[in-house]
Ligand binder design. Structure first.
Ligand SMILES: CC(C)(COP(=O)(O)OP(=O)(O)OC[C@H]1O[C@@H](n2cnc3c(N)ncnc32)[C@H](O)[C@@H]1OP(=O)(O)O)[C@@H](O)C(=O)NCCC(=O)NCCS
Length: 201
């Protein structure tokens, strides 16, 4: 059960934090747990049609498998976070590391908690985690009409561009670490010269 241990390790590395939102309420940020499934169902079902559409690209019901994947079936490097107020989930955020080593991110905040700084803070936390995990970069697909999300992403340093194959979508991307380049051939340095070279010239 290697993957389960790795999963536990990755999620265990995320420490619980207490955040104060703009309105003054105290919320908790923590790693998602398998036992969150029911709470997550209630959170997603309580989202407005627009928020659900922006996050899941569907205004309709979100499949149980999607939620199960969020709380349990993760690769070792993936991250899933929830923000709770008491026992209630008020936001979640995740990234899934794709085959190119890029963290594909997504965030959603409950409608009555939006505009209080949670979304921005969650994105910044995902950035910190991706950086700490030495990932190459991050990316995401955002609906072109989602002005708020695109504005936050730009503010957080992401480049945004309209998807050339689908004008309904914008691609957001951020480079975290440049791939290592082979060292350029350099001129012989003084270190390579015989010890008495300077004395002789
Ligand atoms: C997008 C979303 C995650 C942002 O979270 P949030 O908690 O509402 O956002 P924050 O309060 O952190 O930040 C809002 C910022 O957006 C800016 N903003 C708000 N509405 C905006 C708009 N229509 N156009 C441009 N910027 C806007 C505000 O200036 C604010 O900046 P500030 O923090 O400097 O005041 C949240 O609104 C949400 O869950 N939306 C539905 C799902 C979704 O779109 N998810 C993203 C899919 S990838």
């Amino acid at each position: 059960m290697k993957w389960m241990n790795e999963q536990r390790d990755a999620q265990a590395a995320i420490s619980e934090e207490s955040w104060t939102v703009r309105g003054g309420a105290q919320v908790t940020l923590r790693a998602a747990r398998v036992s969150d499934h029911g709470r997550l169902r209630a959170f997603v079902d309580g989202l407005s049609r627009e928020s659900r559409y922006f996050r899941f690209l569907t205004g309709g019901p979100v499949a149980n498998e999607t939620l199960a994947r969020f709380v349990s079936r993760r690769q070792d490097r993936d991250v899933a976070l929830v923000v709770t107020f008491g026992e209630v989930i008020v936001a979640n955020a995740e990234y899934v590391v794709n085959d190119e080593g890029l963290a594909e991110l997504a965030v959603v905040v409950a409608d009555n908690w939006q505009g209080q700084g949670l979304g921005r803070r969650l994105i910044q936390r995902l950035q910190q985690l991706a950086r700490a995990a030495s990932l190459r970069g991050m990316r995401g697909d955002v609906l072109s009409e989602n002005r708020r999300m695109l504005a936050i992403m730009r503010d957080c340093g992401f480049a945004t561009r309209r998807n050339p194959e689908d004008s309904l979508l914008h691609e957001v991307s951020l480079t975290l670490a440049e791939p290592r380049k082979a060292p350029a051939p350099s001129a012989p340095s003084a270190e390579w010269l015989p010890r008495d070279w300077f004395a002789a010239n």
